[in-house]
Each structure stands twice: as C-alpha cells, then as structure tokens.
Design a protein around this ligand. Structure first.
Ligand code: ATP
Ligand code: MG
Length: 453
C-alpha cells in the first residue's frame, strides 16, 4: 500500500513542506530512500527500523521505497525520521490514512523510539501557519508556538505519536505567552554606566546605537575599546516582536536556541574570534548555514582586533553590508527558481542583515572612526574605582602620563605598542581593505588623529 505523510525540510532560513511517500511492495526485502536525501536522511533508515522494532511495532520484511517530494529539493537533517516511521505504519495499515491528513510531522528518532529535538522549528512553524497542525519534539514545541496561528503538538516518543494520531491520546497544543517572554528579559550583565570618562567615545556609541551606524574604535591597548563595545547592547532599543522572531529564526536554524528560551528577546551580540573563516562569518556549507553576520541580525557584530582578521574574510562583508542580505550560491541547491535561473544555480538568501531603515548597528567596517584615548585616574586618588585595572595600569605606565581623570587629546592618535607608527583611521581602513561608501566620510575627530577618508 502507498502512504503519504507531510514533513518539512530547511533550505537556508526557510522551511519547505516535504511529502514523504512510502510504498511497501513485493520483492526482495529492501529499504531505500529517494528524492535527494543527504547522508543524514539516508541514515534515517537504520534509526526508523530500530525505533519501530524497539517500540513493539512490526517492521515489514518487504521492499520499502520512501520518496521525498519535491524530488529536486535537497533534504538534509534528521527531522524526517518521524514522518518516515509513521508513513511505514500507515502503509502497513496500522494507522488509517486520515490520521495523518492535514498534519505535519517532524522529529528525529532515537533507537528506543524517543523523539529528539530538531533545528529550525520556528521556520517550520511559519510554514504550517494557519494551515496544518504540527507534531514535533516536545523540546521544540514552544519555539514553534511562538508563531501566531500554529497548533504545535509536543510529543516525546513514537508510541505517543501513534496514540495521538489514532485518537487514543489527547495532547494539547503548546502555548507561549509572548508578552511574558518580552517581560522577562534578562538585564545586560555589562552596564554602559561602568565606563568612566570616555565621553567622546560614549557619545559616538550612543549615536551609533540610535542611528544604526557602524563604528570603528581606535586607541592604545587597555584604553577600554573592548569594554565599550561589549556594553553597546545595553543601550540599544528594545527588540520589536517581529525583530525577535527574525533573530530567533536564524538561531533556531543554526540550532543555537538555549533551553527554556524559545524567543530571543535581547539583541544578539556576536564577537567572533579573529581566526574565523569566511564561511563562519558570512555563512556557508553545502546546504548553507547562517554565519556570524546573520546570527548578529538585529544586534551587534563586534570584530575585536579587526586588523587581525584575514583580508578575504573581511572582504566577504562588503556585499552583505551594501545589500543588507547574504546571498550564497550553490550548484546543488535546486529549489524551484533554479529552473528559471538556468544552469542549476540558485542563490539562497540567508536573511536580511541590515535593513535600510534599521536602527540597529552592525559593529563592523566603519561609518565613523572614534579614537579611544586613555582615561586616567588622578595621581594620589587611591580610591578611584578603576585605578587598579591591570590594562589601564599598564597603559599609564607605558605612556608615563599623569593628570586628572578625563580625555587625553593626544592619546587617540598613537598607540605605544603599535608597530609602524600611529594608528589612524585611513591606515586601519587600508589594512582591513575596507572601503567607505561614497558620501559616508570618516568623521574627522576633534584632535585630528583620524583624518577624513
Ligand atoms: N573608561 C574606562 N572605565 C572603566 N574601566 C576601564 C576604562 N578603560 C579601561 N578600563 C579597564 O581596563 C580594562 C581593559 O580595557 P579593554 O580590554 O577594553 O581595552 P582595549 O582598548 O580593548 O585594549 P586592547 O587594545 O589591548 O584590546 C577593562 O576591562 C577595564 O577594567
Ligand atoms: Mg580589546
């Protein structure tokens, strides 16, 4: 008999519904999966066989063919396991065909029949909105329920799923109080108020936060650049609900949502190490995965020690910064538009990085250069709160400067440890191969340290 069960597969950030067709026929015993499955999907045969046997269902010793339609969409991941197992049960007439009508099943099976969490539940929820009921692992249920108009039924095991489909067990759909999620925002650990002095740099960060600008900070070691940057999320405007959904989608697809927090309500702050690869920063992989730049969507991408980043990695940021979208092209990714595009190539949008009206800054190549001079405590004021800070202490020692707490007009121009002379905005921009778009001049600071581009 032939059975059809709906499931979903991720392409970029979007979920596509996949029809799992299971045919059980005569012939030599065989279990094949066709329809562009990747290795993980092909391995589902072994998981499904073991899960069915270990939960008391019979596994037919016949020729089983599973087709994943549309056949030209590459399917990856283990989320199709549950639908394949249920499809086999429908094909064996253990379950009636009506039991799965209008329902989408996703979930990875463990060998003992447990249903394990999957990535991208939020995107799958969006694909099922207002149309179909979604049956998914209990761990992902709240994540999908964040989408309005989705009935997300949490299941823990394969037998529980079968009982629910049979009507022998009632499961109520997961609910999420979106308002409560926004209300329980965790306070930022790093408080902007901790920064002493640095009025100039703080003002620049405020302007960047309010206007959604990029910002480059230049200054001697220990002068507080990293400290200032890490405190930027604390002064950003609160996330709008649709911004939270978009950011959560990216994290959900990347499998980075932490337990108990189905919605990202605090602006992301991503600070990748300078050894990061271009695929890590921009996104990549055979089936593209979001990179740091997409994970920082609606938040901050902080590139500490920007001059240490590989040149081609920073180069990769040009197009996303200009277009506001990361486009990755894959030969093997054939979704519907590929046929029109010709040549089998398809560009997969990995989500908007920065909308033109965005109020959220990307902490990446600069719109403005801000010198961050040393802020020093007055000699002989032992009670000063950050007098003992090791890096600051070093800086004072090396520079040999004394004076009142405040801005040092000359400190922004040079770094005692910078080889090859003073660090200036043009030099940093040149070394980082960053081009400032026409009309966006590097601001000349009031000390003249960072010249205009
Ligand atoms: N304005 C300031 N207010 C309070 N603490 C400060 C300030 N500036 C520096 N500090 C202290 O100095 C420490 C070192 O600062 P930070 O690491 O941010 O410097 P940096 O400019 O990033 O240095 P590097 O160029 O070596 O990376 C901070 O953790 C903090 O304790
Ligand atoms: Mg630093």
């Amino acid at each position: 008999m032939l059975a059809k069960v709906l499931s979903a597969a991720l392409v970029g950030l979007d979920a596509h519904l996949v029809e799992v067709e299971v045919d059980i026929g005569g012939g030599l015993p065989q279990f094949s999966v066709v329809g562009l499955p990747d290795a993980t999907v092909r391995e589902s045969r072994d998981r499904v066989r073991a899960a069915l046997k270990n939960t008391g269902f019979s596994f037919p010793v016949k020729k089983i063919t599973v087709n994943l339609a549309p056949a030209d969409l590459k399917k990856e991941g283990s989320g199709l396991d549950l639908a394949i197992a249920v499809g086999i049960l429908v094909a064996q007439e253990v379950l009636p065909a009506e039991a799965v009508a209008g329902r989408v099943l996703v979930g990875e099976l463990s060998l003992d029949g447990g249903v394990k969490p999957i990535a991208g539940a939020l995107s799958i929820g969006m694909a099922c909105r207002h149309k179909r009921a979604l049956i998914l692992p209990a761990e992902n249920a709240e994540e999908a329920a964040v989408v309005e108009g989705v009935s997300a039924y949490p299941v823990h095991t394969l037998p529980e799923t079968v009982e629910f489909l049979n009507g022998a067990r009632a499961i109520s759909p997961a609910t999420v109080d979106r308002r409560a999620l926004f209300a329980t925002q965790t306070a930022e650990e790093d408080d902007f108020a901790d920064v002493r002095g640095q009025e100039h740099a703080k003002r620049a960060l405020e302007v960047a936060a309010a206007g959604g600008h990029n910002i480059l900070m230049i200054g001697p070691p220990g002068s507080g650049k990293t400290m200032l940057a890490r405190r930027l999320p604390g002064i950003l405007p609160p996330m709008e609900p649709e911004e939270a959904i978009e950011a959560t989608r990216v994290h959900s697809v990347a499998g980075l949502l932490t337990d108990g927090r189905p919605l990202i309500t605090a602006r992301p702050f991503r600070a990748p190490h300078h050894s990061i690869s271009d695929a890590g920063l921009i996104g990549g992989g055979t089936v593209p995965r979001p990179g740091e730049v997409s994970l920082a969507h609606h938040g901050v991408l902080f590139l500490d020690e920007i001059m240490e980043f590989k040149r081609h990695v920073l180069d990769g940021l040009r197009q996303p910064l200009e277009d506001g979208t990361v486009m990755l092209t894959r030969v093997s990714a054939a979704v519907s538009r590929a046929r029109d595009a010709g040549g089998g190539h398809e560009s997969l949008p990995l989500r908007v990085l920065r909308r033109p009206d965005s109020r959220v800054p990307l902490h990446a190549p600069p719109d403005s250069a801000v010198p961050v001079p040393f802020v020093r405590s007055a000699a002989g004021s032992p009670g000063h709160p950050y007098r003992g800070a090791s890096r600051t202490g070093q800086g004072i020692g090396r520079g040999g400067r004394t004076g009142d707490v405040g801005l040092d007009p000359s400190a922004g121009e040079s770094s005692p440890s910078a080889p090859g002379g003073p660090l200036s905005a043009p030099r940093v921009l040149q070394q980082c191969s960053v081009e400032v778009p026409a009309g966006q001049e590097v601001l000349r600071d009031r000390w003249g340290g960072a010249g205009s581009h």
